[in-house]
Design a protein around this ligand. Structure first.
Ligand SMILES: Nc1ncnc2c1ncn2[C@@H]1O[C@H](COP(=O)(O)OP(=O)(O)O)[C@@H](O)[C@H]1O
Ligand SMILES: [Mg+2]
Length: 342
């Protein structure tokens, strides 16, 4: 059985770094591990050996049990439609201007495609552990709601809107998407429009079974995964992290831990200068105040959302080689991430 860890959080907080760190540490403890990463910084990609490789898992040189692959973060609705409809139907669907108008309202396609891909690797059973770095555009929570939204979009909401469901949904769709498209279509096609809409609806219907089955599979597979929310002590990523505990659907699983990355060392809270250098004393005071603030914030977060907290220190140089990635994990404070696989 393959275990899965999903690493999520706001932009630039260290998701890719943490995913790689978990991968290295797990592989060095004897687990066949695959890291699915999105858009790694170049030096990290080099360390993982995926700079030139791409979507197929490949072995990391110098780390016998570690594999890495790039998640496709550019997948579009077009790619998804092509995966789930017969080629001729897909072609007709994606060239229909109604398709663009309708899907333009739902940017979650990247999240959905990434979730599909991750599920495929977990189901292969080739690895003991699959670590999934979630796409940046997803902003976290969408990765977890995308499968259900997709089913909803194709199977429910969209068809209701088009065929005359309740307001305000219908009005919203009509004003924002359908009307301009209908106008264009009207001018070009005149009386052909009705047929075109009907065709579109039928084509869309044929993708439903594929998407519904795949969404259910994703939900089943990823519902057993452990989730880690990465944040820093800054306001914007904190808001994103809070959404995870407040806004995740009730059936979704509570994240296992929040990782406060780039934290100031706790030992700095009581740092004092030994000599009388005014500037040094002032600087130490600044950092110790900030370190104390971060510590307070972590405690409040943990109490408020009843969750485990892991602390990773701000490193003097970006952790991009295998050893410094591992030590990011082994020197982490609070909840030990090694619990995730031992
Ligand atoms: N604990 C840390 N100490 C110092 N630099 C870090 C730390 N964690 C991440 N970084 C650096 O911060 C930047 C953003 O990290 P990254 O993992 O790419 O974030 P994300 O995937 O969330 O966008 C990278 O340059 C990375 O090397
Ligand atoms: Mg990243």
């Amino acid at each position: 059985m393959t275990a899965a860890i999903l690493v999520t959080g706001g932009g630039g907080v260290g998701k890719t770094t943490v995913s790689a760190a978990i991968g290295v540490a797990a592989a060095r403890r004897g687990l066949e591990t695959l890291v699915l990463t999105v858009d790694p910084a170049r030096r990290l990609a080099n360390a993982l050996g995926i700079a030139e490789l791409g979507a197929d898992p490949s072995k990391v040189r110098e780390e016998p049990l570690l594999w890495a692959a790039m998640l496709d973060a550019s997948s579009s609705w077009e790619a998804i439609a092509r995966r789930h409809a017969d080629p001729a139907v897909a072609e007709r669907l994606v060239t229909n201007d109604l398709f663009e108008a309708a899907t333009g309202q739902f940017p979650a396609s990247q999240s959905y495609a990434a979730a599909e891909e991750a599920t495929r690797f977990v189901k292969q059973g080739r690895w003991d552990l699959v670590v999934v770095d979630t796409p940046p555009s997803a902003g976290g929570i969408e990765f977890f709601t995308a499968p259900a939204n997709m089913t909803d979009l194709i199977g429910g909401r969209l068809l209701r809107w088009l065929t005359g469901g309740k307001l305000p949904g219908r009005r919203f769709f009509f004003d924002r998407a359908a009307r301009p498209a209908i106008r264009i279509a009207d001018a070009v096609l005149g009386a052909g429009l009705f047929e075109r809409v009907a065709q579109f609806l039928m084509d869309l219907r044929t993708t439903y079974d594929g998407i519904a089955a795949s969404s259910a599979e994703i939900d089943r597979t990823l519902s057993t995964a452990q989730t880690l929310v990465v944040t820093t002590a800054d306001p914007t990523p904190m808001r994103e992290a809070i959404r995870f505990f407040r806004d995740l659907p009730p059936n979704a699983q509570h994240p296992t831990s929040v990782i406060f990355n780039r934290s100031l060392p706790v030992s700095w809270v009581d740092a004092t200068a030994q000599d009388d250098d005014g500037e040094l004393t002032e600087n130490l005071l600044r950092w110790s105040t900030e370190s104390a603030r971060q510590q307070r914030l972590r405690r409040q977060f943990s109490e408020r959302y009843s969750t485990e907290v892991t602390t990773m220190d701000w490193q003097p140089t970006a952790p991009t080689d295998l050893d410094s990635l591992e030590s990011l994990l082994t020197t982490a404070g609070g909840y030990s991430l090694e619990n995730l696989w031992s």
